[in-house]
Design a protein around this ligand. Structure first.
Ligand code: GUN
Length: 160
């Protein structure tokens, strides 16, 4: 089994501003028009959480994102629906009772973190329409005020 350091080297991963490591692995040659400007039709990345970078900080993106666990885990996703205030937890892992795939619709707040004995989790993401930082926002103190029932949890997911 590959260690986190081996994966970072083999996949040429770089630090991600959310925490963890990533590398863009695909950008569609085709562009599409969205309400917010032109985007690639689809983009894809490898994303890695490790023992020293165990948290992908709470953020949201306008695009739909499909997540496929490739190795390691378990990794827990925390999903907060802006409109309903519903908080959902989904764990990706290779144990039979866990799932290997997660769909996150555009606009939903998302954080990810290693749980249990996990030393790393390698997840591939497909982003549709393709990723653009203009569609991306980190959670801040204002979100804590809007969801006081999840205050402690949100606080633990926004720290650097
Ligand atoms: N998150 C999902 N896709 C991407 C990407 O292509 N670049 C960055 N920086 N973050 C992403």
């Amino acid at each position: 089994m590959s260690t986190a350091a081996e994966l970072i080297t083999r996949l040429a991963l770089e630090k991600h501003p959310e925490g963890g490591y990533f590398k863009r692995i695909h950008t569609s040659a085709h562009a599409i028009e969205t309400a917010n400007g032109e985007r690639a039709r689809v983009t894809s990345i490898h994303y890695l959480l490790t023992a020293d970078e165990p948290l992908g900080r709470l953020h949201r993106n306008r695009s739909d994102i499909l997540h496929y666990l490739q190795g390691g885990g378990p990794v827990e996703y925390l999903l907060l629906d802006e409109v309903s205030g519903e908080l959902r937890r989904v764990t990706l892992g290779h144990a039979p009772d866990l799932q290997l795939f997660l769909f996150v619709p555009g606009g939903v707040w998302k954080a990810s973190r290693l749980i249990g004995a996990a030393r790393h989790a390698l997840v591939s993401e497909a982003v549709v329409p393709g990723f653009d930082f203009a569609d991306h926002a980190f959670a801040d103190a204002a979100l804590l005020e809007r969801f006081p029932q999840h205050r402690e949890l949100i606080y633990s997911l926004v720290r650097r």
